[in-house]
Design a protein around this ligand. Structure first.
Ligand code: FES
Length: 325
């Protein structure tokens, strides 16, 4: 499958917080970017050749530029380091078209955005849209201290300042109580959105679920957690067959390979990006069979339906999985 990419020029680079730098890019062909909904992310291929996903954090109604922010991760494989160290105004990068697994819920009465650290980025884009639409919302922003809070000057002044509450230096043992206060006003019709480290989001979800239905809680992950996203003992088969609904072609997926790799071996390319079950690029509809979900991006409802699978990491608990390809 062809992935849409754009060659872009870096128009500005800004230090937004300790170890966090933002990049504003525009298309080399001078065209505006396509419309996207807040919460979307893009693939960015930097100087190291590594492709990473970053949330768009600018105003989604400004199509001349894409803004994304990168936290320098010295322990990572070098994608963020290369962007920090080697990219300057005038550099050229390749970006993908926006994809979105983290959209604002239409029809919500109120939106509670709960960010930690660099997790503020998709929520900032949502805040722009909610402001423009004059919807009820609040953005709770947790950071170690002011120096670690990206976009602090922007969020501290009008029009955002009336909607943003900062929580700096909250200790782990205080977190539940503070989150409880933040979410105390949530009621039916409220939707909660969270982005940040996995343990933080787990607490937001746990506390949020005492106030609103699970479907009203939305989260965005930045990277796969070390543990697979399956609960309890895995029921996945060591080997199973994947069949293509359109042609009937089939291929065995043994325990050392992925559905994506097995399909590639018979000439069927599934578009991928993160390869870790985070971004949703490789999502395919399931016609029949039972997926075992090992991704980190499908919603609870999507998992329960069994109608969709992320082919880069997930497997099957049935001997045959028929995919809508
Ligand atoms: S490629 Fe990102 S979820 Fe599969």
């Amino acid at each position: 499958m062809e992935r849409t990419t754009f060659n872009v020029r870096v128009d500005s680079v800004r230090d937004e917080a300790h170890g966090v730098r933002s990049f504003s890019v525009s298309r080399l062909d001078g065209q505006p970017f396509d419309h996207y909904e807040p919460g979307a992310h893009i693939d960015v291929t930097g100087p190291s050749g590594l492709m990473r996903q970053y949330s768009l954090c600018g105003d989604p109604d400004h199509r001349d530029a894409h803004l994304f922010a990168v936290k320098r991760e010295d322990a990572s494989r070098g994608g963020s380091r290369a962007l920090h160290d080697e990219v300057a105004v005038g550099s050229e990068l390749t970006v993908g078209a926006p994809r979105n697994l983290f959209q604002l819920a239409p029809g919500a009465d109120e939106h509670m955005l709960v960010a930690a650290g660099i997790g503020v980025t998709p929520l900032l884009s949502m805040a722009y849209r909610l402001l423009r639409q004059q919807q009820r919302f609040v953005l709770h922003y947790f950071a170690r201290c002011a120096e670690h809070a990206a976009f602090l000057p922007l969020l501290s002044r009008a029009p955002f300042s009336d909607y943003v509450k900062f929580h700096f230096g909250v200790a782990r043992e205080q977190l539940d109580a503070v989150l409880g206060d933040c979410l105390a006003g949530a009621r039916e019709g409220t939707h909660i959105y969270t982005c940040g480290p996995a343990p933080f989001m787990e607490r937001v979800v746990a506390i949020g679920e005492t106030r609103v239905a699970p479907e009203a809680i939305h989260l965005e992950r930045f990277a796969a957690d070390p543990a697979p996203a399956v609960s309890g003992e895995s029921a996945a088969l060591d080997a199973f067959d994947v069949r293509i609904a359109s042609s009937g072609a089939a291929v065995r997926v043994d325990k050392d390979t992925t559905i994506v790799a097995a399909l590639a071996s018979i000439g069927i390319e599934v578009d991928t990006s993160c390869g870790e079950g985070v971004c949703g690029t490789c999502m395919v509809d399931v016609v029949s069979g039972a997926p075992e979900h090992r991704d980190h991006c499908l919603s609870k409802a999507e998992r329960a339906s069994g109608k969709v699978i992320c082919c880069c990491v997930s497997r099957a608990t049935s001997p045959v999985l028929v995919l809508d390809l």
